[in-house]
Unconditional design. Structure first.
Length: 185
């Protein structure tokens, strides 16, 4: 384990924050590392962070250079996608591929994922019906982490959509009676 990595949280999920993710700028409002793919660089060079919407530019960059959507560093041999059961079934994601460790850390860090009752605002995608069915993340009762080697990026209705190659392995995280997330399979 990396001695510089930060740990937090409780429960049975390994919650070590990878160094590259911990080194990301911290969003002052949420006190969370800002995901690399959610940085929208304006024409004047300033950066606008939108936690709910992935930057199309970063989506292309991530695909071309095989970078993790959370920390922005090069992906490993196995790459992971995180989403609900429907997304896993279709292997279709609005969020980019990630390092396994970054995905696991996000299960704890992101309040949208870590606690069931936390609802993410979805105003940005509600009126768009040009998207593949199932990928829009109405809050699922469980999260599936899929391991694969490859993916494709396509633009659908103006949004970058990631299509994962078949999964070699999946891990399942579900909410307990206290609405906390635990690995179940
Ligand atoms: Zn990463």
């Amino acid at each position: 384990m990396d001695p510089d990595a930060t740990t937090r949280g409780t429960g049975d999920v390994n919650r070590t924050i990878p160094e590259a993710l911990a080194a990301r700028p911290i969003d002052p409002k949420r006190n969370l590392p800002t995901p690399w793919a959610n940085e929208h660089v304006r024409d004047d060079g300033t950066v606008d962070v939108n936690f709910a919407v992935v930057s199309n530019e970063r989506a292309f960059e991530c695909t071309e250079l095989r970078l993790c959507g959370l920390c922005g560093e090069g992906l490993d041999y196995w790459i992971t996608f995180l989403g609900g059961p429907k997304a896993a079934e279709l292997r279709t994601y609005g969020d980019p591929p990630m390092h396994e460790a970054c995905a696991i850390a996000s299960l704890d860090l992101c309040p949208h994922l870590a606690v069931k009752r936390h609802k993410r605002r979805q105003v940005h995608r509600q009126d768009d019906d040009g998207l593949p069915p199932g990928w829009i993340d109405t809050k699922p009762d469980r999260w599936i982490l899929g391991y694969t080697r490859d993916f494709k990026l396509k633009m659908v209705g103006g949004y970058a959509i990631f299509f994962a190659a078949p999964f070699k392995q999946v891990r399942v995280f579900a909410y307990d009676d206290n609405e906390q997330l635990h690995e179940v399979a």
